[in-house]
Design a protein around this ligand. Structure first.
Ligand code: CP
Ligand code: NVA
Length: 315
């Protein structure tokens, strides 16, 4: 039986985290990863249950949340696309009111950020954004967990994002500057990050000591990059724009020619799924500087840390 917390914390967007929260999640994640590799985790979420609401497909998010919950002593129930019919079969509020009677935590992958916000508003349980059209904070936390494993403190670390100013870009920007990183974004005209995300990022940068720079020219954008990050040009729900976007984004492919403008050894990053030959060349994604599958691995550890963090904060 679920216990409804007196106070709860959500992870709807990066704005739900302070710089200290982000650092704490990464620290919990490092401990959980170390313990898992040393034989197993303490059952920190013993008997707890997670509802996994998906309006879109997933490999990484679904597997890592479900496995993560099991490794921490809890269990998860997968609710696939078309199962619930959020806002269609019944209202988001009614779904939230039902889920809170059975579960301890909810993660939701939705088309609209508004749906995640509405779930959180109508539900007394912690709600985690597992990708919306606006953000993918769990991905950014996993990515930065990977970079801390190489660089330790990320203050002053230079990451350049190339491509669409989308959900991934928004979370990387915001959490990156919170951690004191220098984030550079390069997109074609008309595909810049949302104004609201830039504003939130600049605000977090002034508090966290990081910086945000926009640079239209991808070659100039990677000049000081220690890590180069890209994502699909057409996100889930934008498939009908894919052909048109292929033409618009052509100069923004992360290929050997672009990487040659970056410092030697710059890491190559991608949240996956990737389209080899579109946003990233096959020899780059499979090359020696790619840390793409390490990022995917770290989804497990980072999300376990998010769940432990929200559970503790919501007692
Ligand atoms: N990166 C990511 O979220 O992957 P999935 O869409 O497979 O969950
Ligand atoms: N921007 C991509 C990320 C997938 C994990 C999408 O929204 O489809």
């Amino acid at each position: 039986m679920t216990t409804i917390p007196a106070t709860k914390r959500d992870l709807r967007t990066s704005a739900d985290l302070s710089a200290d929260d982000a650092a704490e999640i990464l620290s919990i994640a490092r401990t959980l990863k170390r313990d898992l590799k040393a034989g197993g985790n303490e059952p920190l979420l013993k008997g707890k249950s997670l509802a996994m609401v998906f309006e879109k497909p997933s490999l990484r998010t679904r597997c890592t949340f479900e496995l993560g919950m099991v490794q921490l002593g809890g269990h998860a129930v997968y609710l696939p696309p078309n199962e619930i019919g959020l806002g269609k079969r019944e209202s988001v509020a009614d779904v939230a009111h039902c889920l809170e009677r059975w579960f301890d935590m909810i993660m939701a992958r939705t088309f609209s950020q508004k749906t995640v916000d509405e779930l959180a508003r109508h539900c007394k349980l912690p709600v985690i954004n597992a990708l919306s059209d606006y953000e993918h904070p769990c991905q950014a936390l996993a990515d930065y967990l990977k970079l801390t494993e190489h660089a330790g403190d990320l203050r002053g670390y230079n990451l350049t994002y190339i491509g669409d100013g989308n959900n991934i870009c928004h979370s990387l920007m915001h959490i990156g500057v919170m951690l004191g990183m220098n984030i550079t974004v390069s997109t074609p005209a008309g595909f810049e990050p949302a104004k609201s995300a830039v504003e939130a990022t600049l605000q977090a940068a002034s508090a966290g000591g990081g910086s945000y720079t926009y640079e239209r020219d991808p070659r100039a954008a990677v000049r000081n990059a220690q890590a180069i990050y890209t994502d699909v040009w057409a996100s889930m729900g934008q498939e009908h724009e894919a052909a048109e976007r292929e033409k618009i984004f052509a100069g923004y492919m992360v290929n050997a020619e672009l990487v040659a403008h970056a410092p030697k050894g710059a890491f190559i990053m991608h949240d996956l799924p990737a389209h080899r030959g579109s946003e990233i060349a096959a020899d780059v994604i499979d090359g020696p500087n790619s840390i793409i599958f390490d990022e995917a691995e770290n989804r497990l550890h980072a999300q376990k840390a998010v769940m432990v963090f929200l559970d503790r904060a919501s007692q």
